[in-house]
Every structure is written in structure tokens, then in C-alpha cells.
Design a protein around this ligand. Structure first.
Ligand SMILES: NC(=O)c1ccc[n+]([C@@H]2O[C@H](COP(=O)([O-])OP(=O)(O)OC[C@H]3O[C@@H](n4cnc5c(N)ncnc54)[C@H](OP(=O)(O)O)[C@@H]3O)[C@@H](O)[C@H]2O)c1
Length: 243
């Protein structure tokens, strides 16, 4: 059996019938962390396999999964999807189905997520990572830099500053694992980070020259970027799964 590694995933299985039981043996060998839920009670079997079984679907959804594997029967999928407590999601997860038909689950899932207010977009993995390095990773980085600078609302905040406070607060609620994952496993984010830090250093030195002074705020900004960079590099060098 493989020990957990940085490639180990937290996989939540919905529907623990014969096919899921077959798949799970390989996943355990590969070092993934498995938890399952099903209509029937598989607590004893899961205990034997050394994995968690949740009778309660809400608790299952709160159990922090990277991947949700739908392994129910074709005929029950519609019912199962409609009963998912999507509000209990703690973080984004990849939904995968193993059904022996493909258009049917795709249409059901698109329908379900659309009614939850999600806009579905088709794109390649490369396109996704390229775009998210410019949006998601950049937002998280700026938010963490602002947190590091300990920016707080003031009585004379501009709209722009209020938005910065919002970015700081929303990114501070996310885990450092999420932030470092966005960097470590997205090659475009690494390019973005290099470009971003080059720009910041350039701006700081230009401003410093222009003002002919060692401005405290600029110095704080530079230090905050340095701190975030060091934390990311440290996390990357550790290369370990936190679980
Ligand atoms: N068997 C294969 O070789 C194979 C290969 C590729 C893909 N698949 C696909 O894998 C999936 C699972 O297949 P399977 O072989 O394990 O047997 P299955 O009879 O197709 O599905 C059994 C699973 O569906 C659940 N289920 C059935 N009715 C339900 C309902 N009304 N509400 C909630 N859950 C319900 C069962 O839950 P409980 O056990 O808790 O009752 C069990 O987890 C299917 O979609 C199948 O097409 C199977």
C-alpha cells in the first residue's frame, strides 16, 4: 500500500455498491483518503477497509473532499443528485461519475448546478489554469499581501479601498493549503508570480527614486510580498500533504 503523498486526494464516494467497493480497493492502495456514504449502511465494511462511512449526507459533505465520486445506479442518479445538500460544501470539489452511460449524468449535473446559480463553461484544463492564474491566484496573493500589511477600514475609505478590504477578508477565510495549491500545481501561476514580483519591485524602486525617500508604506508592501513569497516557497519545499 502506498503511503499518503502530495498526490493523495480526499475522495468522497456516494453510493457504496459493488462497483464502488471494487474501485476503493485500488484507491486505498494508491494512498488516497476515502470516505463514503450510501443509502444502505456500510459501516462494518468501511471499518474493515479502514475508511470512514457517513450515514448522514450533510456530515459527508462537510468532510472536506477534493473529489466527489458518484457511484450510484443509473436509475437512482436523478434522485440522488436532487437530494445533495450542496449548501454544506466547504470548498470547491471536482464531481466525477462512473455511470455506464455518459450523456445522462452530464445533463443531470449541468441542470443541477445551473439551478444552483452556477454558470457552466466548457474549456480545456490548460485554458482553465491559464485564466485562473490571472484571476484566482492573483486575487489570493493580493489578499494575503494586504492581510500581511494589516490593512483595516478607516472612516474615510474610498470605494476602491473598501474593495481591497473585501479581498483581504474573503481570501483570509481560505486556507493556506488552498493558496499554495493554486501556486504549486499551476504552472501559469508560477509565471504570474515571477511577473508580479518583478512589477512590484520595479514600482517600489521607481517610487522610491521619484520621491527620493524610503517610504514606510512602500517598504511594508515590499516586505509583505517577500513574506508571502517565502511562505509559498517553504510550502513548496515541504512538498507534503497536510493530512
Ligand atoms: N459494475 C460494473 O462493472 C460497472 C462498471 C462501470 C461502471 N459502473 C457503474 O457504476 C455504478 C454502480 O454500479 P454497481 O455495479 O455498484 O451497481 P448498481 O446497482 O448499478 O448501483 C448500486 C448503487 O446504487 C445505489 N442505489 C440504488 N438505488 C438507489 C436509490 N434509490 N437511492 C440511492 N441509492 C441507490 C446503491 O446504494 P446502496 O448499496 O446503499 O443500496 C449502490 O450504491 C452504476 O452507475 C454503473 O453503471 C459499473
Amino acid at each position: 500500500m502506498s503511503s499518503p503523498s502530495e498526490n493523495s486526494l480526499k475522495i468522497g464516494i456516494i453510493g457504496f455498491g459493488p462497483f464502488a467497493q471494487f474501485l476503493v480497493k485500488t484507491m486505498i492502495k494508491q494512498g488516497h483518503f476515502i470516505r463514503a456514504t450510501s443509502r444502505s449502511d456500510y459501516t462494518d465494511l468501511c471499518n474493515q477497509l479502514g475508511i470512514s462511512f457517513f450515514r448522514d449526507m450533510n456530515e459527508f459533505f462537510e468532510s472536506d473532499n477534493d473529489v466527489i465520486l458518484l457511484c450510484t445506479s443509473i436509475l437512482s442518479l436523478s434522485h440522488v443528485i436532487k437530494s445533495l445538500p450542496l449548501d454544506c460544501f466547504k470548498k470547491p470539489a471536482l464531481f466525477v461519475d462512473v455511470l455506464s452511460v455518459k450523456e445522462y449524468p452530464r445533463d443531470l449535473m449541468l441542470q443541477c448546478f445551473t439551478t444552483q446559480g452556477c454558470k457552466m463553461m466548457e474549456m480545456t484544463c490548460e485554458e482553465h489554469d491559464r485564466l485562473s492564474s490571472r484571476s484566482q491566484f492573483l486575487t489570493h496573493t493580493i489578499g494575503r499581501v494586504l492581510a500581511e500589511m494589516e490593512i483595516e477600514p478607516t472612516p474615510i475609505d474610498t470605494k476602491g479601498f473598501q474593495k481591497l478590504i473585501e479581498v483581504k477578508e474573503s481570501t483570509s477565510r481560505d486556507s493556506f493549503d488552498l493558496f499554495s495549491g493554486l501556486f504549486i500545481h499551476n504552472r501559469f501561476a508560477k509565471q504570474q508570480a515571477w511577473f508580479g514580483s518583478t512589477c512590484i519591485i520595479w514600482y517600489i524602486s521607481e517610487f522610491t527614486n521619484l520621491m527620493n525617500t524610503n517610504n514606510t508604506q512602500l517598504r511594508n508592501l515590499e516586505l509583505a510580498f517577500e513574506t508571502i513569497k517565502e511562505q509559498l516557497v517553504k510550502r513548496m519545499n515541504e512538498g507534503l500533504d497536510p493530512s
